[in-house]
Design a protein around this ligand. Structure first.
Ligand SMILES: C[S@@+](CC[C@H](N)C(=O)[O-])C[C@H]1O[C@@H](n2cnc3c(N)ncnc32)[C@H](O)[C@@H]1O
Length: 267
């Protein structure tokens, strides 16, 4: 959901996935699509790219710190930030996004559910992938950095003042098993994403909050090697839910209507 008439937009968690597939990145694609708009990508780390469209600006910054941009944004996009913040941090980020948007501007967030499913029973509940999601949900809860962001983001946006919230749920194939061409490509990308990200997702959580007690680095490596084998199995038709939520900052008129009516002047 990118509005048609954006002049300035920000993605507060820029990152480019580099794997055997390089799908590009959100900001560059949006910058190409909206050549007259300025697109800002922000991350704690510099982007691993060698080229970017001229209307795309990357900044290394912490979105939990004060937002210093002065020009209001038309659109703010976040993706795959699950587990990045505790509930107070999330509230802060949505509040800052709210304040940084022009009235009537939109926020969009895309997150996925880490639990894996299959419709045909090929992903066994007692497999490592079958247990992956629930185990990491428990680890992240112990860490105070819940990975349930896809379930909480809509309410958290509304709490920060956003209105007119919409959401859409997708099934994202985990591997190129679907027959449909677009789903096959999505599955291929999602597999590459899992394969590249596994260690980053697992190492810190398991060595600090693993169960029944924190794991050693070697234990995590052995576990991940087995998970990789399961991921590669072409007979497993796994998928994850992905959720997209988009919501609007009230327009100037809506904000005016919400303000307290001025008291009557004395006669
Ligand atoms: C899982 S990656 C997702 C990146 C990208 N949005 C995507 O979908 O490919 C999460 C990113 O959030 C960034 N991040 C985490 N905390 C942040 C913060 N406080 N400020 C800015 N970026 C942050 C991390 O550096 C990392 O690149």
């Amino acid at each position: 959901m990118v509005p048609k008439d954006i002049d300035i937009a920000v993605d507060p968690d820029f990152y480019t996935m580099k794997g055997d597939l390089d799908p590009g990145d959100f900001q560059s694609d949006v910058a190409d699509f909206y050549p007259t708009a300025t697109i800002r990508g922000v991350d704690l780390f510099p982007p691993p790219v060698t080229w970017m469209p001229p209307n795309c600006v990357f900044e290394v910054d912490d979105v939990l710190k004060e937002w210093t941009w002065r020009e209001p944004f038309d659109f703010i996009h976040l993706r795959m930030m699950y587990g990045a913040f505790d509930p107070d941090g999330w509230h802060q980020v949505y509040k800052r996004a709210y304040d940084a948007l022009a009235p009537g501007g939109w926020i969009e967030q895309v997150e996925f559910d880490i639990r894996c499913h299959s419709d045909d029973g090929t992903l066994k509940k007692d497999s490592l992938l079958g247990g992956w999601g629930d185990m990491f949900l428990r680890c992240s809860a112990r860490a105070g950095l819940s990975l349930t962001t896809q379930e909480t983001m809509r309410g958290a946006m509304e709490k920060a003042g956003f209105v007119d919230a919409h959401e859409k749920l997708y099934k994202i194939p985990l591997g190129p098993w679907p027959k449909n061409k677009i789903l096959k490509e999505a599955g291929h990308l999602h597999y590459a994403h899992w394969n590249a990200a596994l260690e980053g997702w697992a190492m810190w959580l398991l060595t600090h909050f693993g169960e029944p007690e924190p794991w050693t680095t070697d234990e995590v490596q052995v576990y991940l090697a087995k998970v990789r084998l399961e991921l590669k199995n072409p007979h497993t038709h796994g998928w994850n839910y992905g959720r997209r939520v988009w919501a609007r900052k009230p327009t100037e008129e809506e904000l005016m209507a919400k303000r307290e009516p001025m008291s009557e002047p004395y006669p």
